[in-house]
Design a protein around this ligand. Structure first.
Ligand code: BG6
Ligand code: MG
Length: 213
């Protein structure tokens, strides 16, 4: 057996909250006169911290914003985003993800989350998975965001395993970079399936079962 554990990214891997992120940033963009914020711009925000995501959005504005204003804008976006998260329930965890996670757990693998999001626990609770994972490391616990490997290294440490025993699962290019920089093998979904450093491109989340056998 090659891997003893999996460390999952959250947004875009376990759940589709990446769509809520985009919609919330889009609403914020409209409110400050940025009308040309597109899904392609949103793709650059995948995996990176809230403040870095804001910087990506503000590149589309002619205005300069002070640090205080930026904090207020990030807070505004988070309020919109949290309202969207509030509509989520256990039904929002796809059957594919749920059955795969349960099967992996039954096979004795350790399962962890390594996410940049400060809303990680809130999201896991809404999905009914608040106490499912063996370790959860999120945006509140790290000082350097992806592509720095800190979040994944901390998760592996909490599992008591070296990186080579853990598979990282990502949907973002910066997440693949982070996993590879930490010495992890990386499985990629969506755009991450096509990254050079992705060892295991995934067509669907359930493909993990074959890799972990
Ligand atoms: C990542 C998302 O998981 O979390 C990013 O891919 C997001 O788009 C980041 O900016 C931070 O999320 P939050 O919930 O702390 O604003
Ligand atoms: Mg992601």
């Amino acid at each position: 057996m090659k891997f003893k554990a999996i460390i999952f990214d959250l947004d875009g891997v376990i759940c589709s909250t990446d769509e809520f992120h985009f919609l919330a940033w889009k609403q914020l963009a409209d409110s400050i006169g940025i009308t040309n914020f597109t899904r392609a711009d949103g793709d650059f925000q995948r995996g990176v911290s809230r403040m870095e995501s804001l910087e990506i959005l503000l590149r589309k504005s002619d205005r300069q914003f002070s640090d205080e204003e930026k904090l207020a804008l990030a807070e505004q976006k988070n309020c919109i985003y949290r309202q969207m998260l509030g509509t989520m329930s256990e039904a929002d965890l796809s059957e594919n993800v749920r059955t795969t996670l349960v099967a992996l757990r039954k096979s004795g693998k350790k399962l962890a989350i390594g996410s940049s999001s400060k809303n990680t626990m809130y999201i896991l609770e809404r999905l009914g998975f608040g106490s499912f994972f063996d370790a959860v490391v999120d945006g509140n616990m790290i000082s350097r965001g992806k592509p720095d490997p800190e979040v994944f290294l901390k998760a592996a440490e909490r599992l008591g395993l070296p990186p080579e025993d853990c598979l990282v699962v990502e949907d973002a290019a910066v997440g693949v970079e982070a996993g590879a920089a930490g010495g992890f093998s990386v499985a990629g979904l969506g755009e991450a399936a096509g990254c050079e450093k992705t060892a295991y491109p995934l067509g669907t989340f359930a493909d993990l079962l074959a890799i972990m056998q």
